[in-house]
Design a binder for this molecule. Structure first.
Ligand code: GDG
Length: 480
């Protein structure tokens, strides 16, 4: 497997992480297990169908795995040194770009050494992509960790078509302008032919950054850079709605869902509320808990409401995440301490990761789904909840600061900073009559079924392959 011919692929996905995690198998060898997360959930079906190769980091500072196959997917695993994990991944990606791109909910930190690691690691990814790509191949680069890859790749391989999709928001220029390396980032992205964003506002923000940070001219969704024309448009990501709906229909999953309800007590607390998030400060978990705690104290949800909060472990070595975990756990302890009793806890807090089936069972058990991020590119959890509700029951409380809010018209939209508004909306969602709940759920299910992840990928790739003048962005960005 040394020559380019042997490794030539017509379709190359480049993402910061491989879609698998390294685990020790019982004989002391290495095995790989599919890992949870937004991007993996979204791209796995597309990859399988296209038979491409996925270039990504193995997720630890162990030796780079190189090319291998797992679960029928061709993978190329790159390595990061321990210092690169700290400076590139935990530093520049998670403590500089992530807070900056999420409206500075936490303070972004700017360190030159982190930036240098970002450049070095991006170059490594670009070189690996250049090695894997067949002549004229399509390369699809993903997310904020790899914004320099499009330009670095184009410098090596001008024959390939390059798409880039940004999974998180692209901030307004006043915020983006804080980044000391704003010009290099915009120029890095402009190595692509097509830049995809979750919302129209993100594409608009990016186009403004092209004008302000680099002085380029934009027209509609197009930017002119030298003799090239690059397009930036919205392609809202989605889920494998059919596949998830089928899991939720299975007898074992429905039985498990009933078990969960039974375990919450007979005759059953009403209502069951559910939150499912990575334990991340963008997800608004503290605001949600504050609102819920006050509702429990005020008795507005009936005598024994229950909130199940799944908070899957995330970025545990980054300081802001350790602080958040402490704050969440103090607040959960306070609510349970003040309002629980023997045999009853108002909050069931689960700091664990679960198999997809268990998630589907939880979605089925929930009367009200709470998705209340302070800022979120899309939020797949909202769509997953809808896809699982084959019974057309259940209501969704959804933050207006998510990409999903642009699509899920049947949700109860909310500003999570407004605690009184959040409380009122949760009460309204919990008390919605069955006919209205069904009407709302039907509308959302139709949207998610028709706009699934396959359609998202096809629409992005069709635009990427279209003749320059024939690109059909999902929405034209508005003039600004
Ligand atoms: C980024 C953007 C955008 C979570 N815990 C478990 C588990 N999950 C799955 C969920 C869902 C995914 O992880 C989380 O996706 P989100 O969209 O909610 O959020 P991010 O991880 O922040 O993803 C986001 C996304 O990229 C895609 O573009 O929507 O805005 O921030 O699928 O179900 N899955 C399993 N066990 C868990 O414990 N199996």
């Amino acid at each position: 497997m040394s020559s380019r011919e042997q490794q030539a692929h017509d379709f190359v996905v480049v993402a910061s992480r491989l879609p698998v995690d390294r685990i020790e198998d019982p004989d002391g060898g290495t095995a790989w297990r599919t890992s949870p997360g937004g991007l993996v959930t979204a791209l796995e079906p597309v990859m399988r169908e296209a038979g491409g190769v996925w270039v990504g980091w193995s997720g630890d500072s162990g030796p780079p795995p190189g090319a291998f196959e797992a679960d029928g997917l061709d993978l190329v695993g790159l390595g990061l040194s321990e210092t690169e994990v700290r400076h590139f991944y935990e530093g520049f990606c998670n403590a500089t770009l992530w807070p900056l791109y999420h409206d500075v909910i936490a303070s972004p930190q700017f360190h030159r050494r982190w930036w240098e690691a970002y450049v070095t690691v991006n170059r490594r990814f670009a070189e690996a992509a250049a090695e894997q790509a067949a002549p004229g191949a399509t390369v699809w680069v993903h997310d904020y960790q790899l914004q320099l890859v499009p330009r670095m790749l184009r410098e090596q391989r001008d024959d390939v078509r390059i798409g880039f999709f940004n999974h998180i928001p692209f901030p307004g220029y006043e915020i983006f302008a804080q980044l000391p390396w704003r010009r290099q980032v915009v120029e890095g992205l402009l190595g692509a032919d097509l830049l995809g964003f979750q919302r129209r506002a993100d594409a608009t923000n990016f186009l403004r950054a092209c004008r302000r940070a680099v002085g380029l001219i934009t027209r509609g969704s197009a930017v002119r850079a030298g003799n090239r024309e690059i397009h930036a448009a919205a392609f809202p990501i989605s889920i494998d709605a059919k596949g998830l709906g089928e899991i939720a229909r299975r007898d074992d999953v429905r039985k498990r869902s009933q078990q969960i309800c039974d375990a919450l007590g007979e005759p059953g607390p009403v209502p069951v509320l559910l939150g499912v998030d990575r334990l991340d400060y963008t997800k608004g978990i503290l605001h949600r808990l504050r609102a819920y705690g006050e509702l429990v104290a005020g008795g507005r949800l009936g005598p024994r409401p229950v909130l199940i909060q799944v908070a899957s472990p995330s970025r545990e070595r980054v300081e802001a995440y350790q602080t958040l975990r402490d704050e969440v756990e103090v607040m959960v302890g306070r609510i349970n301490g003040e309002h629980g009793e023997v045999g009853y806890a108002p909050v069931h807090y689960l700091h664990q990761s679960y198999p997809r089936e268990e998630m589907a069972a939880l979605y089925l058990a929930a009367d009200v789904m709470l998705v209340t991020p302070l800022r979120d590119g899309m939020n797949l959890v909202a769509k997953e909840y809808v896809a699982c509700r084959n019974d057309e029951n259940g209501t969704l409380v959804l933050s207006e600061f998510t990409g999903a809010a642009d699509e899920l018209a049947g949700a109860f939209l909310v500003n999570p900073h407004d605690i009184e508004g959040l409380k009122d909306t949760i009460v309204r969602a919990a008390n919605t009559g069955p006919a209205e709940a069904r009407r709302r759920m039907r509308a959302m299910r139709k949207r998610v079924r028709e706009h699934d992840v396959a359609r998202w990928a096809a629409s992005f790739l069709d635009s990427l392959h279209g003749a320059p003048g024939a690109d059909q962005p999902a929405w034209e960005p508005e003039a600004s």
